[in-house]
Design a protein around this ligand. Structure first.
Ligand SMILES: Nc1nc2c(ncn2[C@@H]2O[C@H](COP(=O)(O)OP(=O)(O)OP(=O)(O)O)[C@@H](O)[C@H]2O)c(=O)[nH]1
Ligand SMILES: [Mg+2]
Length: 317
């Protein structure tokens, strides 16, 4: 009986051997025992990479932008891992093929490793699976790891939350689309990209997003807006600079394997709390809602009181 993973596998991954890495990713995705043992053995080797989340509505140009950013990182001497979470069925494979083509320019480069991850079939644990694939790339020595995910669903947004730096990509559009963004993924953005700036309305969208961001409160970093054209490459070096600046500004807080794990825990804790507050019954929560409805209590004070209630033993199920 072996207590650890095969020494060869561990050594091969740490040495960045591609075939070993691909096999390990499959093991991790399928949650095999060997995969778990391997992840455990990798722990001391994690936390060196920078993880960049690229999120945004379908068709915003995320994959094209990832491809352009790969070029920018390569030019700066870095190695690049990409995890593209595919929102479509694992059986269709259509979008995965599309991403292969859009990122294909660098697919064969020795300092690039691209992996697609089907978003279905992880039993709600998509962000955990994505984090493990990121861990493997981290252990294999990739400097910049980009995580592409559609910001169109709770589990996809959770994936973005793993990242040290969160980039939200949106196409130029009219006010309504910007409002829709605001409700979902805008809150998590460190950097907002108005992509397809070669199309009309880009400047206007940039102004609208800037106006929204100015309302946000921040400590280490003020969210920034940048315009790109992923197809022509315009604005991409400026975006890469911003990503590096964000990484430096938040290095102490964000970047490390412990930071990644903590963000995953936070995301699932937040989920638990939300469900609890939504479903708990009792006079006190009813009263709290009534106070907000009548305007006697603001949401910010009510949410803290609701959390206190949710954590009380009598509400635990
Ligand atoms: N005009 C213009 N088109 C772009 C730009 N960036 C991407 N596109 C096009 O927009 C379409 C969608 O691009 P993708 O990169 O696949 O977008 P995505 O956000 O990854 O899409 P999903 O992964 O399917 O959500 C493609 O036809 C791209 O060629 C841009 O800067 N300008
Ligand atoms: Mg894509």
């Amino acid at each position: 009986m072996k207590a650890g993973p095969q020494k060869d596998t561990l050594a091969a991954i740490l040495a960045g051997e591609r075939r070993a890495l691909a096999r390990a990713m499959s093991a991790v995705e399928n949650e095999t025992t060997a995969g778990k043992v391997l992840l455990h053995a990798l722990q001391p080797h994690l936390g060196r990479a920078r993880v960049i989340g690229i999120t945004g509505p379908p068709g915003a140009g995320k994959s094209t932008l990832v491809n352009a950013l790969i070029g920018a990182w390569l030019a700066r001497g870095a190695s690049v891992g990409v995890v593209a979470v595919d929102p479509s069925s694992p059986f269709s494979g259509g979008a995965i093929l599309g991403d292969r083509i859009r990122m294909g320019e660098h697919q064969a480069h020795e300092r690039v490793f691209i992996r697609s991850l089907a978003s279905r079939g992880h039993g709600g644990g998509l962000s955990r699976t994505a984090a493990r694939v990121v861990d493997l790339l981290d252990a294999a020595g990739y400097d910049q790891i980009m995580l592409e995910t559609v910001g169109a669903g709770q589990s996809e947004v959770e994936v973005a939350e793993i990242a040290d730096t969160r980039v939200v990509v949106c196409p130029p559009g009219l006010g309504d689309e910007v409002q829709a963004l605001k409700a979902g993924i805008l809150e998590i953005a460190d950097i907002l990209v108005v992509n397809k700036c070669d199309l009309p309305f880009a400047e206007r969208t940039e102004r609208e997003l800037q106006a929204m961001l100015s309302l946000r409160h921040h400590e280490l970093w003020t969210p920034q807006v940048v315009r790109t054209s992923a197809t022509s490459g315009a604005g991409v070096p400026a975006l890469a600079d911003l990503i590096e600046r964000h990484g430096a500004a938040c290095a102490s807080q964000r970047r490390s394997h412990g930071g990644r794990v903590r963000r995953l825990i936070a995301a699932s804790a937040a989920d638990w709390l939300k469900r609890r507050v939504e479903t708990m019954a009792g006079a006190e929560i009813e009263q709290l809602c009534a106070l907000v409805q009548s305007g006697e209590l603001d949401y910010a004070s009510a949410d803290l009181r609701a959390i206190e209630l949710a954590l009380r033993p009598e509400y635990k199920t």
